[in-house]
Write a protein that binds this ligand. Sequence first.
Ligand code: NAD
Length: 509
Amino acid sequence: MANSTHTPAEQAHRTIHAGGEWLAASSGATREILDPADALPFAVVAEGDEKDTDLAVAAARRAFDAGDWPHTPVTERAALLRRVADLLVRDREKLGLLESRDAGKTVEEGRVDIDCVADAFRYFADLVAGEAPGRVVDAGSPDIHSVVVHEPVGVCAMITPWNYPLLQASWKIAPALAAGNTFVIKPSEITPMTTVALIDLLVEAGLPTGVANIVTGPGHTVGARLAEHPDVDLVSFTGGLVSGTKVARAAAVTVKKVALELGGKNPNVVFADACETEEGFDTAVDQALNAAFIHSGQVCSAGGRLIVEESVRERFVAELARRAQKIRLGRGTEDGVECGPLVSEQQRAKTEDYVASALAEGAELRCGGKRPEPSPQRPESGYFYEPTVLDHCHREMRVVREEVFGPVLTVETFRTEDEAVALANDTEYGLAGAVWTADAGRARRVAGRLRHGTVWINDFHPYLPQAEWGGFGKSGVGRELGPAGLAEYRESKHVYQNLAPKPVRWFSG
Ligand code: NAD
């Protein structure tokens, strides 16, 4: 975002990119970005509004309607995406650290995120480069040539959350660019830094002016304007159910395409037979810990709902709680830290409220349930909260029904396979879930019955760029990643050519 005519202090808040220029907010407003580990500001960004959004959309519109990108040969588009992946690898340390400070995660998690972002760019480059340019349709006559081709949708608006800021952005930007679209992205107002940095990398890789635009700012102004904007053809949103519903409603007025990646309440079903050997038990407990507490549970697919067979419950939960208490909490940039803080005071307050409601409704606290003691690695001002295990939960509790998005694991039990499936499917969401069992037949049976967009068997959390990601029910509409994740950013066009035209003579006159 360097602009040589401005001093560094002036540049710092020029985080709006429209039509190839880095700009301050038209109102002059700025926002401090806080490090969740100590609540101190470490960056300042432009606080954009509707006017800035209109400017960025106009730039994206011009670049789509009059620019070269939509018509650039697909091999060149793929080559650009691969250059972006290489630049991400080059800047891995810097971006990993920035993601850690922005979102509170450990630097190692930040690095892994950047690797995954590079993978997404490479995957979509390979996908489009290897495709046939269209599908010939048999029209039943040698005089007809009929082909279905794919074209870009147009101007894409992208709205992203704070938990995986750059990863979620890349699942939208990479396929959108691969398909030939232009875009305006609005990152979460509390974690915009790596998305701003990515725009610089897109420019460095050679993306034409106006194709990539960003407006930093709040959801109720910038996000809402993008969703309703008449010059936007598609809005792709990742975030919570409440905001997602507002986006869908606003987008309906102009009948734009809508893709929604929303929340989850993800079951982790453990059968007793998975725990028969010491190794099986250790693996299932270790993965249950990871499922619930990685990134302090601020993961859309977090396995926050443990559904364990009654006969192994006590042993399983005791070991889980023992290990949860040993998770090393602290500032993500400190050596030896395994888990960072929550992203904001608001997120911690929400978590505390869910734990209080669970205890009031009869849950038993096995560990956590409070803020940790401050330490040199854990400033008192940081948004830390201990990994919390709540036993004796049931499906009527709020903490079991609603997405907590914090380090809270609830425990429910079952006695039969049918009961396990019924519990796992008893959610309005349907993003992801897992089943742990040593019985291959049962694994397949249960996986087949789970109403969730991703089902893991004897694993938790992995995803593949080549496999679709998205949810059933209120977890969303549409899919990211995989061929369907590219299809979201395309229109299909049927071109029917008559090689021997003749009059139809339907009308006799
Ligand atoms: P959020 O809904 O509060 O915000 C998401 C984005 O929407 C932000 O950029 C925000 O500014 C914007 N926004 C808010 N109100 C808006 C409005 N009225 N119009 C347009 N935009 C608006 O979500 P969050 O707290 O940032 O993220 C956490 C949520 O994201 C969780 O529910 C989580 O499950 C979900 N999530 C889902 C996936 C997935 O793949 N399904 C991935 C990551 C996060």
